[in-house]
Design a protein around this ligand. Structure first.
Ligand code: ATP
Ligand code: MG
Length: 454
């Protein structure tokens, strides 16, 4: 079990020995019943925050006014929350105050029935005031109480509903879903940072992120948070390359494939998910209807990779994503059509590309792009074959010559040296020079040519 579990049990025991009610609450109970590993263990108790602070030597008042105290034991933080009801929602965000109350009422203020369960590990008993166990068994995300009211109080819950449905592979219960459809437009009152966290967790933690994207579309949330993605729905593509259909379907297929497995070690799942979601957003605006010489209609996407990259950058900036992720995703999208040319690409150029830190991300984007459409893996295989061939050497070998060699030939330090070194390295990579000596000889000739020209 989880390293925090033993610690959480001790925290629970301390509260009970002091005469208080103390149970596990929320996510850990849900995950336990689903046979999944819990992320953390939250404890709910009738002890007031000040009492919790008295009972434990190390505490952090993470949200004392909402009744939340973090107890620190063995460097592990356990959140201990006083049973409370919440009122006074302001502008669809955090409640202004909390009132200590009974466990029944505490369950009522939680978001979904599957998150409203308590567990008493001493009696091995689940305490269910909200029908959460039944919904767990049925695979339903259902708001506790009136869904419209609950989403009206806290708009972030709409994205949480989609996240839980996606990560647990549950359905959103009908009335809950309808309430989200009705209130989706209010999500703009939630900060970009919180929206981004939910979206990224949804895409990276679910076994079928493509299905999650469909849920976002279907609930109307996608149109609010990433309106740029919606025109991909129904956007035609040449069927010879895209037997799967429109751009949105293609994107969902790729995301689901990502859920089935990422092959390149070290690829950041968040970067990959966003690269997949946004790699073709530029297709609808880039679409040009023209004709083949024989008069048949022809679909072209003019510079769609560049347009997609620009649009992706705007989306990611708006969602306040980390700069490094933005940079890598934009590069991967901007260059994703480059793979079409690897067959005729010089080995040196390909090797230099492969040596770039962003390359594994690009390669995964390409693999999933092909697997989610025509299925032709020949470009991918060319890269993998080259990798195999050079697997015992570094992607790029040590250059045989350096700046000192050129200066020794009498060249002045300056930008000319870099250019010559580049050319020399290219020759080395392409096997046009067999040794350092041959390369030096070639360089001497080039230097002589240059000084004659000067
Ligand atoms: P996970 O940690 O796996 O994402 P979780 O269920 O533990 O899922 P947390 O965000 O850690 O979710 O919150 C803990 C519990 O607090 C939830 O299970 C739920 O009962 C309650 N909760 C969290 N956020 C909200 C919210 N916005 N509205 C109502 N209840 C909430
Ligand atoms: Mg949690």
């Amino acid at each position: 079990t989880h390293p925090a579990y033993e610690t959480a049990l001790r925290v629970l025991a301390t509260l009970r020995e002091a005469g208080h009610k103390a149970w596990f609450a929320g996510g850990s109970v849900r995950d336990r019943l689903l046979g999944r590993e819990a992320k953390d263990y939250d404890v709910a108790t009738d002890a007031l925050p000040s009492r919790v602070e008295e009972l434990f030597s190390r505490t952090v008042a993470v949200g004392k006014s909402f009744g939340v105290i973090a107890v620190v034991e063995d460097d592990i933080q356990i959140e201990v929350t006083t049973f409370r009801s919440e009122d006074q929602y302001e502008d669809g965000r955090r409640p202004g105050s909390v009132t200590p109350t009974t466990p029944e009422e505490d369950a009522q203020r939680r978001d979904f029935t599957i998150n409203g369960l308590f567990y008493d590990p001493v009696a091995d008993r689940v305490i269910d005031y909200v029908g959460g166990r039944e919904d767990l068994a049925r695979g339903l995300v259902r708001a506790i109480g009136d869904p419209g009211e609950r989403f009206g109080e806290d708009h972030l819950r709409m994205l949480r509903a989609v996240r839980f449905a996606a990560t647990l592979e549950f359905e959103i219960e009908t009335r809950t879903r309808e309430a989200i459809r009705a209130l989706a437009g209010r999500i703009d009152r939630i900060s970009a940072e919180r929206i981004e966290i939910e979206l990224t967790r949804t895409l990276t933690e679910s076994p079928r992120p493509g299905r999650a994207l469909c849920t976002l579309l279907d609930t109307g949330l996608l149109a609010e948070v990433i309106p740029e993605a919606v025109p991909m729905v129904g956007q035609e593509q040449p069927p010879e390359f895209h037997p799967e259909g429109d751009v949105f379907t293609h994107t969902c297929l790729m995301l689901d494939r990502m859920g089935a497995g990422v092959k390149e070690p070290g690829v950041d799942r968040a970067e990959l998910a966003w690269a997949l979601l946004l790699h073709d957003v530029g297709k609808p605006p880039a679409c040009v209807h023209s004709q083949w010489p024989d008069g048949r209609p022809r679909l072209r996407f003019d510079r769609h990779a560049r347009i997609s990259a620009d649009m992706a950058e705007a989306v990611m900036r708006r969602l306040k994503m980390p700069a490094k992720r933005i940079r890598n995703v934009v590069t991967a999208i901007d260059r994703h059509m480059r793979f079409m040319h690897v067959e005729e690409m010089r080995e040196s150029k390909l090797r230099r590309w492969m040596a770039e830190p962003v390359f594994p991300l690009e390669l995964e984007l390409h693999r999933l792009d092909c697997e989610g459409s025509h299925g032709d893996m020949s470009c991918y295989r060319r890269v993998m074959d080259l990798r195999e061939k050079i697997s015992r050497e570094p992607v790029l070998p040590e250059p045989w010559v350096n700046g000192r060699d050129l200066i020794a030939m009498g060249l002045e330090p300056g930008p000319g040296i870099g250019e010559l070194l580049d050319e020399a390295f290219e020759r080395q990579l392409e096997g046009e020079a067999a040794s350092r000596e041959e390369l030096l000889a070639w360089l001497r000739e080039r230097v002589a040519q240059k000084s004659n020209q000067a």
